[in-house]
Design a protein. Structure first.
Length: 612
């Protein structure tokens, strides 16, 4: 249960902490300096006034030549001093608060940008996903804490130095008590912090499973299937298992954390602070008579503040260590290199359609034991209508992802217009494609933004309406209260429009049509699988008709819908086993012909059943 967690040398932890501060400093140096100065000046001011005032006040009172006027001046001076410090405090707070929000906003944006530019392969990788989840969920807190801890550290260290000077000038022995307490505190808090961090990491990893199950139960797209099946049984089991494991982990760490806390509390507070210090001061003042009442008050105050500040230094060290451990992940995350996203090319993408050529291409997913695609050869000519068919898991979707350069090939090559696709800028190359996937998404944005997939531009309205007409969404568009500007989904707008499955699909298909002027290749990865065969056939005909001169690549299970393609490629276990026109493949009487006859028979039976 208790897996080995990160162990980092102190140097690395400190270098990590410096990395976070440097990172924040580049964003808003003035804010960090301001917080630091405010903490040091304010903190030292309060502590010194507290101690020095107390000593002077009691000495004045116990002086036989006591003067009311002198004491009143002292009290007035202390009050003005406090008021100045408090005003300074409030001013700093109102200056730093909005700037801190701006800083954390910038950090979040940077994280989003980083994720957007991550290659798709990182989503397949657990380590990446874990690093991302932990980093994204803690970044804001960690940066804010790191900045404030720098200020706190400065304040505490300077206060301890100032008060230690004062204590040593009166009676150095008293300094031993807070120092001893500090040592015990450092050791026990370090253990507690490490245990808490390990607990957090383990809990997060386990809860990812529970959160998945929970998410599935709460999201509407799963609701129907859950109600109509028993999928909730394994999901609930997984949830319970995760909760049980979390309880186990909580017990394991909870007991250890409590024990160390107890050691800390008994030694530092009960024994040293509340027992030893008053005894010693009483002895020195009443028995030895070496110090006066003012000194007793000042030393008691000063040692209490030093103890608290040392304690606070300890907490700061603890948080710095936590930030240092966290930053290890953050650095790893920031150092993930994208090999595909946002790559600049050495070649201009062709302005006219070219030949898409695949040569002896193989592909293996990162960390997979075997190739998903093996020795694929293919040539697709401008304007061709090509169909990829085959059983589930044969490799068709992977293949189109490679064509669009969502992944890079492992062996061999894919070229377009005479150049390897890796020679083009990724964005420009992808822009030649229009695609609709089976799991297309509708976004919480306007209808127009959902079609164009960028922000609303007034000059594009005509194009969007035309595309929606071609995809069959025209009638529904007429019913939308704000036409193209109608908000889709209820994520942000209470009366946002929730499209039906078929309507959503039309909006997704309209993306292709809106892009057809600059689209060289349209890819349809079973977007119509939810439709009946006739509707799917009509949709495909519609696409062929409106796709302009673009090359069209279809993936479909239903061979009846792809039989009009210029060329059909049959995939099996990552290889192309047959290729040709429908007629050629039927004449070949191989796997395709068998699959086609089989589907035709079921389809016929279905028709008969309906008719009967
Ligand atoms: P098809 O589209 O023909 O149904 P896919 O291309 O989706 O086939 O899948 C081909 C094979 O690759 C399957 O065995 C699948 O499990 C595997 N696969 C798909 N996506 C990933 C991934 N992200 N990581 C590892 N293996 C994957």
């Amino acid at each position: 249960m208790h897996k080995e967690t990160e162990k980092l040398p102190l140097r690395r932890i400190l270098s990590n902490y410096a990395y976070i501060l440097r990172y924040a400093f580049q964003k808003d140096a003035a804010l960090i300096i301001m917080i630091f100065v405010a903490y040091v000046v304010g903190g030292v001011g309060y502590a010194s006034m507290d101690t020095i005032f107390m000593r002077a006040f009691i000495n004045f009172l116990s002086d036989p030549a006591y003067s009311f006027k002198q004491t009143a001046v002292l009290v007035a001076g202390a009050t003005i001093g406090m008021a100045v410090l408090m005003t300074f405090d409030r001013c700093t707070e109102s200056f730093t608060r909005p700037r801190m929000i701006r800083l954390t906003g910038m950090l979040q944006e940077e994280m989003i940008h980083k994720v957007v530019t991550m290659d798709l392969m990182y989503y397949d990788c657990d380590t990446y996903y874990d690093d991302f989840v932990v980093t994204a969920s803690q970044l804001e807190d960690m940066v804010v804490t790191a900045i404030y801890d720098l200020g706190r550290m400065g304040r505490n260290v300077v206060t301890v130095l100032v008060l230690s000077g004062l204590i040593t000038s009166i009676d150095p022995v008293i300094a031993l008590f807070p120092v001893l307490g500090f040592v015990v505190n450092v050791i026990s808090r370090f253990r507690i912090m490490k245990l808490e961090y390990d607990y957090d990491v383990e809990k997060k990893t386990i809860m990812r499973r529970a959160n998945y199950s929970k998410r599935v139960f709460y999201q509407p797209e799963y609701a129907k299937e859950i109600k109509l099946s028993h999928i909730e049984v394994p999901l609930e089991k997984q949830f319970h298992q995760a909760i049980d494991e979390t309880i186990g982990v909580a017990r394991y760490f909870g007991l250890r954390i409590s024990l160390w806390s107890l050691v800390n509390w008994i030694t530092v507070f009960t024994l040293l602070s509340y027992f030893c210090v008053p005894l010693y001061l009483g002895y020195m003042a009443l028995v030895v008579k070496k110090i006066g009442l003012g000194e007793v008050a000042a030393l008691n105050n000063a040692q209490g503040t030093v103890r608290n500040r040392l304690d606070a230094i300890n907490y700061c060290i603890e948080r710095i260590q936590r930030a240092g451990l966290f930053c290890e992940r953050f650095r790893k995350f920031m150092n993930y290199e994208s090999k595909i996203e946002k790559q600049q090319g050495t070649q201009q993408v062709p302005s006219e359609q070219g030949v898409l050529r695949v040569e002896d291409m193989s592909f293996r997913y990162d960390g997979a034991g075997k190739d998903t695609l093996k020795h694929i050869n293919m040539e697709i000519h401008p304007g061709e209508k090509v169909a990829f068919v085959g059983e589930n898991g044969a490799g068709k979707s992977t293949f189109v992802k490679l064509l669009m350069r969502l992944y890079d090939v492992t062996d061999g090559s894919i070229s377009y217009g005479g150049h390897d696709v890796r020679e083009y800028s990724t964005d420009e190359y992808r822009d030649l494609f229009g695609s609709v996937f089976q799991d297309y998404q509708i976004y919480a944005a306007s209808v127009q933004e959902n079609v164009m997939m960028h922000e609303d531009r007034e000059e594009e309205q005509k194009k969007v309406i035309e595309a929606l007409c071609q995809s069959g969404f025209w009638h529904r568009l007429q019913t939308l209260p704000e036409g193209l500007q109608t908000a889709l989904t209820r994520e942000f707008v209470d009366d946002g429009i929730q499209l039906s499955g078929g309507e959503a699909q039309k909006v997704a298909i309209a993306r292709l049509f809106a892009k057809k002027e600059r689209m060289h290749i349209a890819i349809l990865d079973e977007p119509s699988s939810a439709l009946d065969p006739k509707a799917e056939y009509e949709l495909n005909q519609n696409i062929l008709h409106h796709a302009g001169g673009a090359t069209v690549i279809f993936i479909s299970h239903r061979l009846s819908t792809t039989k009009d393609a210029d060329r059909i490629y049959m995939f099996e276990h990552g290889e192309i086993i047959e290729q040709g026109t429908h007629q050629e493949l039927m004449n070949l009487d191989g796997q395709y012909a068998e699959m086609f006859r089989c589907q035709a028979k079921y389809y016929q039976q279905g028709q008969d059943l309906v008719a009967g």
